[in-house]
Ligand binder design. Sequence first.
Ligand SMILES: [Zn+2]
Length: 282
Amino acid sequence: MTLYICIDDRALLRDVKAVWSRFQSSIRLPFAWSSLEFSQGVPIAQLAGVERVRAGAFVLRISPRLLLSPDWEIRLTLLHECLHLAAIAGPLSAMYDAKDELQRAQDMAKADLLQRYGQREFTPEQYQQYFEADHRRWTLAMNLANQLYEVDAEFALRRQYPECALDRARYYCRLRAETVSWDSYHHPYRPYAVLYERLRVDLALALSEEWQEDGMTLRTVLDREIAGCDPKVRDRIDELEQLLSPRRADFALLSEWGGDTYRDVVTRTIKQLSESLRPEPQ
Ligand SMILES: [Zn+2]
């Protein structure tokens, strides 16, 4: 495996090398690399993230914010990303193929929309409206489907690194309590945003004994949101939850059904949201 470790600010490459070397000497990596390179890359919103650049080559992107984090947070974050990487390079590679394929189709649809706008098929207001709707439903669909990777990585950490499991579970629960948010979402996106938060709370509940009370309080608030939805929407949310929730699905089988389920969640969410958003370009 070729591994590229990137940061957007060239001046920080030396710090990234130091952080990686400390991390690597303190832990047994969940994959083996044959070539390792440090280089400048594109910025990312999260603390860190991984991607496949081509067969056998992966990039681990690090945000400058991670370098400012305490050592324990750097270690847990890098370990989590390394577990994602081991999964997409190994048992979940078919799921990653599905993700790649959907991303390519999405890029083409976006280019097509822009081209049609260039040919004056829509007014600037219509273009803006279609673009935003497309972006919102795509983001929600990806968030939901990517939750499959998150469950996989958290369970893998618990299984393969039991010495880090308690700290990671506490960290994950703290993130849930601090970042839970769906208020900026309105019809028809809101129930999907609530489902996303509920899946993350369910994962935290599956990981931590200590968080049961706080987690269940938060879950009750989210449940109430879903209970207030139109019954048809509620059924759709329930179907998606069957596929994605660590409470409902058997994640031991993820490597077998991951590709199809990933595709199914993304296409279903986009279709359902599109149906609620007429009129759309034909
Ligand atoms: Zn992750």
